[in-house]
Design a protein around this ligand. Structure first.
Ligand SMILES: [Zn+2]
Length: 434
């Protein structure tokens, strides 16, 4: 079975040319560039009815094509919980307290329905891989402790080969007693993909980091840690994370998220932390939506943004990407799992709007996060399994200005989702999809 895509714009490669992709048995055979559009092929009209028709030659007429997105930091269990878990103060502290209380009343069905809604929305917007953190409170009813992980593992199975879901339970942030350890041990028998946590909120943050590493190393699992989500420049678990990574030879297996206090540090402290991160080959993810919303709540006047030093990290050679974090919950009341929207927000938060910046932003939601979570065999390079999103935009400027929601997602040898909102942004008639 062969499919061809003619006249695609792939702005993470070269913006001024068009590409033709040849896909055979779900794999990219070739991706050749040419100047000027070629004729031939059936016009690709973002028709929601085309799922069955993978075998064809499609002329996409200059639409933007990108490797399918990887959203490597979400919280599916919490998503869409806002109606029953409010946050009046808008702080991280109240969000944790509010969701912790509300989670005791969630049912399996309720939680799974909310998770599924988020995954389907992410897919429709171009995402084919999600790494989700899942709460794991060991001091609640046993059923409540394990519900999120159980539901996430069931969902992982339900969506396999459509959206890869990686399940990273967050080990508790308090010092552990016997019951905590017994439940953690049970969790570690459950076929999870890695370990998460938020040790910076522990009363013993550095010991908390060491606990996470002990469990991860013992069970040979990668780590993805909520790191220093605080405006306090003295919050610096990042240094212990870098130290432990080197001590256990865990380079390349530790990803850190948030790094808000890195933004609050003075330049000398920040340079030191970035150097240590580089030495330990840490990768990083910024979560600007949640941080713009939660951080700086104690500030008046010039309010700190809480967003980490994205450009400095990238300039230092630390792979730094961007992700959604929370969707419609007490940590972040907005969102739809749309990484293009997050890329735009990252552009605002990090002063990234120049020509190279926007190309970087597209890398930060597509091939780079895919590499961090081990999906190097999926994408749009020859030899990779074809996994891409086509967006009804005909230039990078239009992509970021309009964030068109008319998109088509291809993977696993077929069209997986086509969303057509029939919104015209004043494009030339030839590009309209009526
Ligand atoms: Zn998070």
């Amino acid at each position: 079975m062969e499919m061809m895509i003619l006249n695609a714009r792939i702005p993470i490669w070269k913006e001024e040319v068009y590409y033709d992709l040849v896909i055979k048995e779900g794999k990219i055979v070739s991706a050749d560039a040419h100047e000027g559009m070629q004729s031939g092929g059936r016009p690709f009209l973002f028709d929601p009815g085309l799922q069955a028709a993978a075998e064809n030659t499609w002329d996409v007429q200059g639409a933007v094509l990108l490797p399918a997105f990887s959203d490597i930091h979400m919280h599916l269990d919490k998503s869409h919980s806002l109606p029953f878990a409010r946050n009046v103060s808008g702080t991280l502290e109240e969000a944790i307290e509010s969701y912790g209380r509300a989670s005791q009343f969630a049912t399996d069905e309720n939680m799974k329905a909310r998770m599924r809604k988020t995954v389907l929305s992410a897919l429709a917007h171009g995402t084919r891989a999600i790494r989700t953190h899942i709460d794991f409170h060991t001091r609640l009813e046993e059923d409540v402790t394990f519900r999120g992980v159980r539901m996430a593992l069931e969902l992982r199975k339900e969506f396999q080969s459509i959206v890869e879901i990686q399940v990273f339970p967050m080990l508790p942030y308090y010092p552990y007693d016997g019951q905590d350890r017994a439940r953690i041990e049970e969790l570690l028998t459950m076929d999870i993909d890695g370990i998460g946590g938020a040790p910076h909120i522990s009363t013993e943050p550095h010991d908390g980091v060491r606990e996470l590493f002990r469990y991860a190393v013992q069970h040979n699992l990668p780590l993805d840690i909520h790191t220093d989500e605080s405006d306090d420049p003295n919050t610096n678990t990042i240094l212990t994370i870098a130290e432990e990574t080197k001590r256990y030879g865990y380079e390349g297996r530790v990803n850190v998220g948030h790094l808000c206090s890195l933004a609050a540090m003075d330049q000398e402290q920040a340079d030191h932390a970035i150097r240590k991160m580089k030495e330990a080959s840490l990768t990083a993810v910024t979560l600007p939506a949640a941080n713009l919303y939660l951080q700086g709540r104690g500030d008046k006047g010039t309010v700190r943004r809480g967003v980490t030093r994205i450009k400095e990290l990238r300039a230092a050679g630390i792979q730094t990407v961007t992700a959604s974090d929370n969707v419609c919950d007490p940590f972040h009341p907005f969102g739809r799992g749309d990484l293009l929207q997050i890329a735009q927000l990252t552009g605002y938060a990090a002063h990234m709007g120049g020509k190279q910046d926007v190309t970087d932003l597209l890398h930060m939601i597509s091939d780079e996060p895919a590499a961090i979570i081990g999906r190097k065999n999926q994408g749009i390079q020859a030899g990779q399994k074809a996994s891409f999103v086509l967006i009804q935009a005909y230039s990078v400027e239009e992509l970021f200005a309009a964030l068109p929601q008319t998109r088509a997602v291809f993977g696993n040898g077929q069209w997986l989702s086509v969303m057509n909102t029939n919104v015209s942004y004043g494009l030339p008639a030839a590009n309209l999809t009526i």
